[in-house]
Design a protein around this ligand. Structure first.
Ligand code: SF4
Length: 688
């Protein structure tokens, strides 16, 4: 009623703008957000939030929100009722499934959606359609980290809690702009550094805020991290500084690993990475002396041809130095979106059922066949990179994308757009008519987190509930309801009344979520997986060994993969990433007025040396060209970047989008795009 509408309401929610998983109360009156109020009970953030969590929510009331399904008619869209849209989807999905087989269809979930929604998306693909072609955008960021951890320590998640990072004697941040991309987590490191004397080493191309604060900032040549990390590891072993007791008790494969390090002498590392031997020795000594080392990393590590291997090398170094299984130590891959961890946990991957149980493991197959009452495909599916290639080759005919702006955030987007145009049938589910949705045949209007219930799992494996703040806008619906409608039109007969029903099913099938339940997650309560059937959770992993053979971790030998070769006319290295004010490509935060006014467009960061050499001034308009496309962008001169390295933030949703420049080259183990392996040439178009 209007009376109720007008009351001030206070609802707990979980932030969707990064993987830290801040939770807070949202105060509302009608559809108006009065304020965001942090709460001491919030497990990841306490009373802290950043600018996005505090001010980033206007988009929920944006006039650009889709309130009705859209159906393509010729070159444009018309509004339709749900019934007509669902009927069309069911008809076309059925036709394509019969004509070209289930393997000709691809399903992409969103790591911004809830666990329950990702669970349903993979269930739709597997149970209803019969394909393992399901993926999510952690393919673009953190899948290599997950692989590196699975190889070495067995769980693909942060080794401890965010709180534990503050207890480390030494924090090493590699390829992560933590202060801007994970602000509240960075605050904990800043505080420990300042007040407790925690040591901080940062390795990056860019001298960002954390680099400027660090005790030691190193700038290795782009794509060379595996080399200096392996050289450190070798030096530590050669000096007799390895934690022999820990290794004897907890680690397999030492001898073979030690042999694999032979090429990584300090001299070789200096030559390849540009980091001097003295500096490498200094880092080795800092690790040796530290009471606990935690290594944090993100896309500067993973988005390379050898991203999985470098992640593996980090974990190897931590094993050799005994830095697992205690607070203030271990591996912390920092998850970008709010539910990257959860989307992976929920089996949104071509090789895994929920809970990282393999689709080609007969025992797992039997369990899921029994639960879902159908025969399942045991063939590992294709990931989103191969879906795009499959469309170009004619083997993939239909895509269903939920909440992913693949047409901007995948690499080499000219190539991706050409693929979208070739699809026989394309369904996009989103809040907005995104760049991706513009290619769709049917667009389904979805609701944001503030309009639904569910759970997210943050970077420290913490599962938290969000409560509904608003009713869905117009005819939009929560994603879990939409997927259920699509599945049931295809004859699935699902009957989930509430997201808690979905979690109950998932928990039954996933050992790492066994004791997760909505009752235990009420209000600000949370659980960190693995969660035992009795509800006991695990803030700190590996206290009692590793979930691998004989309960031991494994040192996993890896070798360096050189960055891509480019023609010498592309003489400038292009780096890319986030900035504080905007979330990812900016689809949401540009619709928040305050943020959009303050930071209306992306600027190319150019070093003073390069500016001098080319005559670039602040505001100069330049064209960047790579072998894959070009963008026009204005420059800003800053000594955050060095020499012939430029930095283009990804928050340009228009023709300045960085992925017009990136290539289709990818990490050899996961197909994660090698976004950071990009070179361009630069021409001045116009002086300010
Ligand atoms: Fe949201 Fe991350 Fe900022 Fe926390 S740190 S408020 S989760 S964007």
């Amino acid at each position: 009623s209007a009376m109720r509408e007008a009351r001030v309401k206070r609802t707990k929610t979980v932030c969707t703008f990064c993987g830290v998983g801040c939770s807070f109360d949202v105060w509302t009156k009608g559809r108006k957000i009065l304020k965001v109020e942090p709460n001491t009970k919030a497990p990841a953030n306490g009373i802290s939030t950043c600018v996005k969590g505090k001010f980033g929510w206007d988009f929920v009331n944006s006039e650009e929100r889709l309130s009705k399904p859209l159906i393509r008619e010729g070159g444009s869209f018309r509004e339709a009722e749900w019934d007509e849209a669902l009927e069309l989807i069911a008809k076309r999905f059925n036709e394509i499934r019969i004509q070209s087989g289930p393997q000709s269809m691809g399903f992409i979930t969103s790591s911004k959606c809830t666990n329950e929604e990702s669970y349903l998306m993979q269930k739709l693909a597997r149970q209803v359609i019969g394909t393992n072609n399901v993926d999510n955008c952690s393919r673009y960021c953190q899948t290599p980290a997950t692989v590196g951890l699975h190889r070495t320590v067995g769980y693909g998640g942060d080794a401890g809690s965010i709180q534990d990072i503050a207890k480390a004697g030494l924090v090493i941040i590699v390829g992560s702009n933590t202060a801007e991309a994970h602000p509240v987590l960075a605050t904990r490191v800043k505080r420990a550094h300042k007040l407790r004397g925690q040591k901080l080493i940062v390795a990056d191309l860019r001298e960002h805020e954390m680099a400027a604060r660090a005790d030691l900032f190193i700038h290795p040549k782009a794509g060379s991290d595996l080399v200096w990390i392996s050289a450190l590891t070798k030096y530590i072993i050669d000096m007799g500084w390895a934690d022999e007791e820990f290794i004897a008790k907890n680690v397999n494969g030492f001898k073979e690993f030690q042999e694999s390090l032979a090429p990584y002498t300090l001299g070789y590392a200096e030559e390849v990475t540009g980091i001097s031997k003295e500096t490498l020795i200094q880092i080795a000594e800092m690790i040796y002396k530290a009471d606990g080392t935690a290594i944090l990393w993100a896309m500067g590590v993973t988005q390379h041809l050898g991203g999985s291997d470098t992640s593996t090398a980090i974990s190897n170094l931590l094993l050799v130095t005994g830095n697992y299984g205690r607070p203030g130590a271990g591996a912390y891959p920092l998850r970008g979106h709010n539910n990257v961890q959860g989307a992976g946990d929920m089996g949104s991957a071509p090789e895994n059922f929920p809970g990282y149980q393999r689709v080609d493991d007969p025992e797992a197959v039997e369990k899921f066949e029994k639960a879902w009452g159908v025969k399942l495909s045991q063939e590992v599916g294709i990931n989103n990179h191969d879906m795009i290639e499959g469309i170009h080759e004619g083997t993939v005919k239909a895509l269903y994308i939920k909440g992913e702006e693949m047409g901007l955030v995948d690499s080499n987007i000219n190539h991706v757009h050409a693929a979208f145009e070739k699809l026989d049938f394309f369904v996009v589910q989103d809040m907005f008519l995104s760049r991706t949705a513009q290619f769709a045949d049917v667009v389904l209007p979805a609701s944001p987190s503030l309009e639904k219930e569910g759970t997210f799992t943050n970077t420290e494996r913490r599962i938290q509930r969000l409560y509904q703040v608003f009713e869905p806008l117009g005819d939009s619906k929560p994603d879990w309801e939409i997927i259920q409608l699509v599945a049931n039109r295809l004859g699935a007969g699902w009957n989930y009344q509430h997201p808690s029903d979905i979690m109950a099913e998932a928990a039954m099938l996933m050992p790492i979520y066994a004791g997760v339940s909505y009752e235990r997650l009420e209000d600000y309560n949370s659980q960190q997986w693995p969660v035992q059937p009795d509800g006991t959770d695990t803030p700190l992993l590996y206290k009692d060994g590793f979930p691998m053979q004989d309960g031991k971790a494994k040192l996993y030998p890896v070798q360096w993969t050189k960055p891509l070769d480019f023609d010498e006319q592309y003489d400038i290295h292009l780096n890319n990433g986030r900035i504080l004010e905007h979330f990812h490509e900016g689809n949401l935060t540009y619709k928040s007025k305050g943020i959009a006014e303050k930071t209306p467009e992306a600027f190319l960061e150019v070093s003073p040396e390069l500016a001098e050499e080319r005559g670039i001034r602040n505001g100069t308009l330049v064209r960047l060209t790579s072998p894959f496309g070009n963008v026009k962008v204005k420059c800003t001169i800053t000594d955050r970047v060095k020499r012939k390295e430029v930095y283009l933030p990804m928050n340009d949703a228009g023709d300045g989008a960085v992925n017009f420049l990136t290539s289709s080259a990818a990490d050899k183990d996961t197909d994660t795009p090698a976004y950071k392996d990009t070179r361009v040439k630069l021409e001045i178009l116009q002086q300010e």
